[in-house]
Design a protein. Structure first.
Length: 157
């Protein structure tokens, strides 16, 4: 079904903003194009962004910032995508861990994130759903600086 990714994101950001603020984090949503139409299952795509935003909140210390930005008509390898990036100023991920990040039950340095009690499934689920929609996820991260996850979904023309 065609759906407006922009509207989905607005809703998700709205839903988690309170939790971010309670943790001393600023959360912003940047969008200059509306609507951004993709063929997707609303519940699954909502879950993808809940997982990414929950991580951004969990792995960013007080005073940090989380920004969500949507862009359409992003060209990559001869295809056109809607693109959503979730950027945080959190603890980051060491380069050698990036390759395993989307594996089921994988968590970086268990001791460090012990307090958060996650299961290590959030990213594998997000990855699985996005791929099922013909898209992909990229990650760029620097330890102690922050992380950006970018979700690419095929655009409906
Ligand atoms: P769950 O999501 O199942 O509750 P989880 O958050 O540990 O548990 P994932 O969401 O799959 O699992 O993330 C895997 C690991 O990747 C995390 O344990 C964490 O170490 C790392 N990670 C994920 N997102 C970030 C981020 N934004 N900043 C830093 N590390 C991250
Ligand atoms: Mg998670």
């Amino acid at each position: 079904k065609p759906l407006d990714l922009s509207a989905i994101l607005e809703q998700v950001v709205d839903d988690v903003k309170m939790e971010a603020e309670e943790n001393g984090l600023e959360m912003r949503f940047y969008s200059n194009t509306m609507p951004v139409t993709v063929m997707a299952d609303a519940r699954r795509i909502t879950q993808v962004f809940i997982n990414l935003l929950t991580n951004a909140i969990r792995y960013t210390m007080e005073g940090g910032k989380i920004s969500v930005a949507i862009e359409d008509k992003v060209l990559d390898r001869n295809a056109v995508y809607a693109c959503v990036s979730v950027t945080d100023t959190g603890i980051g991920i060491p380069p050698e861990e990036l390759a395993h990040l989307f594996d089921r039950f994988y968590r970086v340095e268990k001791a460090r994130s012990r307090h958060s009690g996650g299961t290590g499934l959030g990213l594998s689920i997000a990855h699985h759903f996005v791929r099922a929609h013909g898209g992909f996820i990229r990650v760029a991260s620097e330890p102690d600086q922050g992380t950006t996850f970018t979700v690419y979904l095929p655009l409906v023309n």
